[in-house]
Design a protein around this ligand. Sequence first.
Ligand SMILES: NC(=O)c1ccc[n+]([C@@H]2O[C@H](COP(=O)([O-])OP(=O)(O)OC[C@H]3O[C@@H](n4cnc5c(N)ncnc54)[C@H](O)[C@@H]3O)[C@@H](O)[C@H]2O)c1
Length: 439
Amino acid sequence: MSNICVIGTGYVGLVTGVCFADLGNRVVCLDVDQKRIEGLKKNVMPIYEPGLEQLTIQNVKAGRLTFTTDYHEALAGMEFAFIAVGTPSGVEGEADLQFIRAAAESIAENINTPVVVVNKSTVPVGTGDWVADVIRKKRAGKPLDFKVVSNPEFLREGSAINDFMSPDRVVLGSLDKEAAQQVARLYASLRCPILITDLRTAEMIKYASNAFLATRISFINEIANMCEEMGADVREVAQGMGMDKRIGHAFLDAGLGWGGSCFPKDVKALEHMAVLNGTHPQLLQAVMEINRNQRRRAVLKLRKALGGLNEKVIGVLGLSFKPNTDDVRDAPALEVIRLLENEGAFVKVYDPQAMEVAAPYIKKAVFCDDPYCAVTDVDALVLATEWNEFKQLDFSRVRSLMRTPVILDGRNLWDGEALRAMGFTYFGVGRGVTAVARD
Ligand SMILES: NC(=O)c1ccc[n+]([C@@H]2O[C@H](COP(=O)([O-])OP(=O)(O)OC[C@H]3O[C@@H](n4cnc5c(N)ncnc54)[C@H](O)[C@@H]3O)[C@@H](O)[C@H]2O)c1
């Protein structure tokens, strides 16, 4: 059993804290957001993540997990301080490190016993050294026995607990091998590969991984656009590519592009640090441009299909950036809605989990209680997020409710052939003329 403080109770921090507690450790989760901590003390989850509530309650009951806003209390007797605060995009696309600095300074001010500071937030290469420097400066000559380890997080929202408990790998970076080994022992029971490297390499592994996954999606979207123009079907192209073991199937689904709390800000931050360090990241720049254009292309298809968007009513199903999360940060749906509204369209929306979180960003939209309400009297329907409950809609009912039966399936979720047979005008992504004839 180890004593662990986790700083930040967002998607990463809360999942990390709860899972470490479940592995038998004593964990204190800390956040500066009073409301969040008050809620957690009453078992109210600040985020939607499958399985999280139950696991939290179990570990609180078992006495291994507590919540606080008090750094002094949180750090008392702790061997590990995990930093899991946000690193949002700054004005120029750089990672904004203000929350990391604040957390590092608070650690420096509130602990006097040996501690390993573990950075789980995604931070620019070199930040581990910078955090050590921030702590040393804050101590102003009062020595503290501390080491910094980078432990980038690879969990996916929607399957975060499973990803934490069965990771493909754990990456640890430190200048101090013993400190890295100490952190490695926290993960030993997971029986997963553990890669120990230096600080900067670990930080780069995180950015390179996210940038690579985003690149795969932008790649297949570029191919999808070619398929549309050249009469091929991108779904089968991806299938055929993925059968090659060197390529594999993951992250080859064409659609409205990548979004979420990580890919957009991380690709931007990597591009930013690359330029600042004298390299020319033209691949990353193209990956971002393709992604931006993918949403615009969806609007173009709708505009063409409806003969203009002014005063048209569009139903949008799905707001979160992917299914099984309420996270709407950089969600393609919100961008598409903004573009539609900009051309004078009215939008009706439905999402199983994300409507409350999305509401401040799409104030003019009409929020519906179910998918059928969202398609009533609309001129077109856009599927933006492939939640399970959208897979088996009653399309005869949908057809009878819509003003004009136009569907833009932004996730290639539905059977285009069946929908066309029912009288819908159906567009997927990357399903070209031949494919359309075959659908
Ligand atoms: N969300 C993901 O799927 C994911 C996956 C891998 C890595 N990451 C990275 O992990 C980090 C955290 O991401 P997230 O999505 O969990 O963020 P989040 O925004 O959901 O949560 C961050 C939390 O940190 C708290 N916080 C801010 N400053 C603080 C301080 N000084 N002291 C204590 N708490 C403070 C905030 O109140 C908030 O509750 C980011 O760097 C992100 O890039 C996220």
